[in-house]
Ligand binder design. Structure first.
Ligand code: SF4
Length: 314
């Protein structure tokens, strides 16, 4: 089988794209640059998204008290000790909403990261309602010298769900942010969460056709994880029947069905999310790491002789 993505894996893997594009191993380094979030500070809302506990997603070396340069250096050391030294690094502005500040502040923070000799680009995680033409024009300028990617938390294509999880923005806002970003040839990533309250498997599968039509470069999938000390935890305890928390084998089958319907041009960066076990209310997928789950997904795709886009309809 000749897949359209020039390698033999059964999905359009972002890691393979990076290897081909950069010719060496690239590692992302998470940074907490001290940004806030309009869904927490009262601009859009105060309680935040019901599943959000940023501490659960933040590696230990990230702290806004440290300079960005220090976080990058500690991140390089952290990854070198655990894995192996990468060829180059991308500074991943991950915590909270990383375009939520005046352009002058954004420039200072991004350019501090780009001044590091081993950093070749930025990955900027943000909300679809925290971007505008001025910021995107600036990011477009950076693209002439660096790899620049903006990742939007889309989370769901259904406004009913977005309301339920208190996202504070609509799907239409996501579509606009994605279009405004990709039309400037900025690499555009999105996140989707599966298992949100009120969504059936059928609803979630419909999202494959919806996002397939968007000018998206890559996707990260998350299975819903119930994290301690969040409004979601309270909702789960008071009304567990409205949740359908995926068991691992169910998730593997679901995500393969989803990928079969997904546009093969969209790269997949991650199939699952993980938080440290201490944060879990329901145990997640046990102690299995994302790369172990990825192996299981690829093995299952092989057993079923299926691949991303097998049932994609233009
Ligand atoms: S937008 Fe992000 S940082 Fe803000 S509340 Fe939601 S998940 Fe948390």
């Amino acid at each position: 089988m000749n897949y359209p993505w020039n390698h033999q894996r059964r999905f359009n893997a972002y890691t393979n794209y990076c290897q081909q594009k950069f010719g060496e191993r690239i590692q992302k380094l998470s940074i907490n640059a001290g940004f806030s979030c309009p869904n927490r500070d009262g601009t859009v809302g105060t309680g935040g998204c019901i599943y959000c506990n940023n501490a659960a997603f933040n590696p230990s070396y990230c702290s806004p008290e440290k300079s960005i340069k220090q976080q990058i250096n500690e991140g390089i050391e952290f990854h070198t000790v655990r894995y192996r030294r990468a060829g180059k690094y991308l500074a991943y502005f991950q915590a909270f909403s990383n375009t939520y500040a005046p352009l002058k502040i954004l420039k200072q923070k991004y350019e501090e990261a780009l001044q590091h000799p081993d950093v070749i680009g930025l990955v900027i995680g943000t909300r679809p309602d925290c971007i505008d033409d001025e910021k995107l024009d600036y990011l477009q300028e950076l693209c002439s010298n660096y790899f620049i990617s903006v990742e939007y938390g889309v989370e769901s294509c259904f406004n009913k769900t977005l309301e339920k999880i208190n996202r504070g923005h609509t799907f239409e806002q996501s579509v606009k942010a994605i279009s405004d970003t990709s039309m400037r040839n900025i690499y555009t990533g999105i996140h989707l969460i599966f298992g949100l309250p009120g969504e059936s498997a059928e609803d979630m599968l419909k999202e494959a056709a919806i996002v397939s039509k968007l000018p998206v470069s890559s996707i990260k999938f998350h299975q819903l994880q119930i994290i301690k000390d969040t409004p979601l935890e309270a909702m789960f305890h008071s009304n567990p029947e409205q949740f359908n928390i995926f068991k691992l084998h169910e998730y593997i089958d679901f995500i393969i069905h989803f990928c079969e319907r997904l546009n093969p041009a969209i790269m997949i960066e991650r199939f699952t999310a993980e938080v440290p076990p201490a944060f879990h209310v329901t145990g997640g997928f046990g102690l299995l790491r994302t790369d172990q789950i990825l192996q299981k997904i690829e093995k299952r795709m092989e057993e079923r002789d299926t691949w991303q886009g097998k049932f994609f309809q233009e």
